[in-house]
Design a protein. Sequence first.
Length: 339
Amino acid sequence: MKTNKSVIIWLLSGCVLIFIMVVVGGITRLTNSGLSMTDWHLITDTLPPLTEAKWQEAFNQYKQFPEYKLINVHNDFTLSDYKFIYFWEWFHRFIGRAIGMVFIIPFIYFLIRKKLDNSTIKKCVILLGLGGLQGFFGWFMVKSGLIDNPDVSHFRLALHLTTAFITFAYTFWVALDLIYPIKRNVEKSLRTIARYALFFLLLQIIYGGFVAGLNAGLIHNHWPLMSDGQFIHDSVFLEQDSLLLSFTEGKSGVQFVHRTLAYVVVAFILFLYFKSKSFNLDYNQKKGIQTLVFLVFVQFALGVFTLLYGVPLWLGLIHQINAFFLLSAMTYSLHRLSK
């Protein structure tokens, strides 16, 4: 670990920046700020407008797009309001640029200084590819809300969000490979359960993106049952022409899947916890699984309260932040059970 200390710090710093970016992305989404910047330039919009004339020019450009024409024109929307939503989208993109610099410049430095072995170099190239893909998906998402519909595609939002989570998890995994270089015997049955738990957690994150993109958390604000005391509400079957569409594009259907997947994720993590009692695990493995159990129950409770209170900004944000912590614990636990 001492040999790779600087590389480990670099990778963990990248994890922190990705975490901050997703938090700011959550604020951007919850404040409806994501469509405030109607164009994308790699260099020229690095800084926000610096004069009132430039602000007015940006505001006038924003007025040409559906979000203003169909929604904000009726809300007495002022230049001051525009500056608020512009800030969050600009800050989100600014952090994205910072992440690119933090990954690329040290990577080149470490290559020149020969601090990376061939395996780590390959993993870092994958990380750089994921970062570039994430930037593309971000603009691909925003573009969907600038044509006719003043809201982004929930599919593209989920793609953008999930890619960020996967990039974070993979960066963390590469750092863990360097922190724990010594291979151990693998408990294959526990590893298999942990892999299933990770799969359903990622599926749940995807559906979290669907819920956010469709504003599906603003309906059926009841628990443990949906509206009218129904486990699966009648509206699930009425919104779309097929069950597949209902469960991927209908607000009620998407919320139902998200609610139900929460139980599945909890069940797999509890199964992992109780199954692990039969094995002689080391300290790190035990603590990883214990943390995982704690965080999944916190996440479940946050999801329930976020739903019951109609997705207030602060609670929706905490729910998303804890999802990051949960994915971190899941990644750590799987790594310790795999290597």
